[in-house]
Design a protein around this ligand. Structure first.
Ligand code: XMP
Length: 326
């Protein structure tokens, strides 16, 4: 039997009972596969790697070594959430690497989107590789590969993504959710006790805020973007849009316009709101965000975030616009 093909008889995991049965089966399989050896995992805090981490913590506890690389391009509070959930609540063996300066120094002055992606992806591999070498010979690598990754690619988790790993690393892979669809991974994640916010997190590009801080990234503009994005998320949460809208975020371009603040001329960047719905990210429609909420978000961002003096709404569906701005 091809281990990468989902058997037709496999029922979709939809209930907590089905999730429990899947977890019990995978816990046994992982224990059988790895014995008393250590397993390494790049834990981004995304849905798939988080669910794999929780599953492996249940199966092998501290034999799992999670490495969370903060590339400095995370949304506000996300690295902190990874530490809180995995180190503090689940007592995981978690190595936290704050590599912000390394990434931002390399990205300084780089404005081409694909070059930015390459730098972020390449540096991620380097940082992870360095951590792996410090740990010595760990024979197993866990990955949050899910079934669509296998159907869409050659079975290795998202090459285009931050999280692709060096080809010369000789690991045996541990991929406990590789036959599951995303909705099933979420049900399993909830059964494992992960927070709802983490399990239902919206998709977030591997290069993170790096492709939303448009053009050459600067620390001040990145900070403004992160704060504005946090306000957008907070308001969508409070107003019932968080569970409804597929993906929403702020992008901040690298130009300023003239404004007035506290009676004085104030040059600032615009914050652009993007809120889209889609099923497969190939095409997307625009969420009709109520105008009173847009006014409220505009007032908050322009008064609370240093450097922002206008808020714009992107009304462009995909096509023609892609979901991300770069
Ligand atoms: P676009 O912008 O192509 O995005 O309409 C479609 C979906 O893919 C996400 N995206 C990325 N994900 N690495 C990722 O892991 C990337 O470089 C990347 N670029 C776009 C985007 O957020 C949307 O969900």
């Amino acid at each position: 039997m091809d281990m990468n093909v989902r058997p037709e008889s496999m029922a979709r995991i939809q209930t907590a009972e089905q999730a429990e049965a899947f977890i019990a089966e995978q816990v046994a399989a992982v224990r059988e596969q790895v014995g008393d050896k250590q397993v390494l995992l790049a834990l981004s805090g995304g849905v798939d790697s988080s669910v794999v981490a929780a599953l492996l913590i249940k199966a092998i506890g501290k034999q799992l070594v999670c490495v969370h690389v903060n590339h400095g391009l995370m949304r506000k509070g996300e690295s902190e959430m990874v530490i809180e959930v995995f180190r503090n609540q689940m007592d995981a063996n978690l190595i936290y690497v704050d590599a912000t300066d390394r990434f931002l120094d390399l990205l300084a002055g780089v404005s081409d989107p694909e070059t930015k992606r390459k730098i972020i992806g390449g540096e991620f591999i380097k940082v992870f590789d360095e951590e792996a070498h410090k740990l010595g010979n760990i024979p197993f690598l866990a990955q949050g590969t899910i079934y669509p990754d296998i159907l869409e690619s050659d079975g290795v988790k998202a090459h285009h993504n931050v999280g692709g790993l060096p080809e010369d690393m000789e690991f045996e892979l541990v991929e406990p959710v590789k036959l599951l669809y995303k909705d099933e991974v979420r049900v399993v994640g909830e059964a494992l006790g992960l927070p709802h916010d983490m399990v239902y997190r919206q998709p977030f590009p591997g290069p993170g805020l790096g492709v939303r801080c448009l053009g050459a990234i600067t620390r001040d503009r990145l900070h403004a973007l992160r704060e504005a994005d946090a306000i957008l998320r907070e308001e969508f949460d409070k107003n019932g849009l968080a569970g409804k809208v597929w993906q929403y975020f702020i992008a901040v371009p690298d130009f300023k316009s003239v404004g007035v603040k506290d009676g004085k001329r104030y040059e600032g960047w615009p914050a652009i709101i993007r809120a889209v719905n889609t099923t497969d990210a190939m095409s997307a429609t625009i969420e009709e965000v109520p105008y009173d909420l847009l006014h409220h978000i505009t007032a908050r961002i322009t008064s609370e975030v240093d450097g922002i003096n206008r808020v714009l709404m992107d009304l462009t569906p995909k096509p023609v616009g892609t979901i991300e701005w770069e």
